[in-house]
Design a protein around this ligand. Structure first.
Ligand SMILES: [Zn+2]
Ligand SMILES: [Zn+2]
Length: 294
């Protein structure tokens, strides 16, 4: 199968030839070999966020912001099953990231361990029975789940202890950075050498300014602990995106204050100016994104 994510960027690092991706859902062969890492944003946006990262032996979800019914449906749509999820990692306690968590915690079919930061975990309304399979970690800690190495890192956002994640499995690296008001140097450091980067493109500044939100909410979204705009993405691609990154998946788009075509156009312009071959995709609220295989 022909690889979709060619790397023609400025970097000449040997990492650039580490993996090729295919967007074809449900097919695990890539470049004549079996793909070993799979990623899909099952839902992305202000109404719910969940993503899947899977290897042959380990399956994890990042965030649980949709209902269990939706989660089951979307996993099934990409050939996965909630019963085989090993871990659910939480970025922060906002409802669009944890709304499904209490139900998942109560369900006997779910055998996943829940991973949250020490400060985030007490904020979760688990209900009468707090699940026993909870693992807490310090923001910034690294740990291993099955054959997936996890590196957490703090992000600037108006919640208790928000984190992003970098994952490394079988030499494939996936980064997730959504829900942050700007991209500090520390986050840029963690997002280097990714094969796939899920990056927030929450709003278009002009749309936000004339949009329906109350001024106080607009100020919050635009603040240093709010959300990334299309222009943040433009600047990041122009100045910081590693040329080795095969795929950038823009996510957490506001349905009120952004439009996929605008986010794509602005990011595409930056990629063209850089002369990068990084392939761009958009994650949506109501359906799984394309499935990336490496
Ligand atoms: Zn948030
Ligand atoms: Zn969010």
């Amino acid at each position: 199968m022909k690889a979709a994510g060619r790397r023609t960027g400025a970097s000449t690092s040997s990492q650039c030839n580490r993996a090729k991706s295919s967007p074809v859902s449900g097919i695990l062969e890539c470049q004549g070999r079996i793909a070993i890492v799979k990623f899909c944003a099952l839902a992305s946006g202000s109404s719910g966020n969940t993503a899947l990262l899977a290897t042959d032996s380990t399956r994890i979800l990042i965030d649980a912001g949709i209902s269990m019914l939706q989660l089951r449906k979307r996993l099934a749509a990409i050939g996965e099953d909630l019963a085989y999820i090993d871990a659910i990692l939480i970025t922060h306690e906002h409802s669009d990231h944890v709304a499904g968590l209490p139900v998942l915690g109560r369900n006997r079919d779910v055998r996943a361990t829940f991973w949250l930061t020490r400060l985030c975990e007490p904020t979760i309304a688990w209900g009468e029975r707090r699940p026993s399979r909870i693992q807490t970690f310090q923001a910034g800690a690294s740990f291993t789940i099955g054959d997936i190495e996890v590196q957490s890192f703090s992000i600037p956002h108006d919640s208790i202890d928000p984190v992003g994640f970098c994952f490394s499995a079988q030499g494939v690296r996936v980064g997730i950075a959504t829900d942050l008001g700007y991209i500090p140097e520390s986050v840029k450091f963690h997002l280097r050498r990714m094969d796939l980067l899920l990056l927030e493109a929450n709003h278009d500044l002009d749309m936000l300014k004339v949009g329906p939100y109350p001024w106080s909410v607009k100020q919050r979204v635009m603040s240093r602990v709010g959300h990334l705009s299309n222009m943040h993405v433009f600047d990041y691609i122009m100045e910081d995106l590693d040329g080795c990154t095969a795929n950038v998946l823009l996510g957490h788009l506001s349905e009120q204050n952004n439009h996929p075509a605008i986010a794509q156009m602005i990011a595409d312009e930056a990629l063209q100016k850089r002369g990068l071959g990084t392939r761009l995709s958009i994650a949506t609220q109501n359906a799984p994104s394309e499935v990336f295989h490496y």
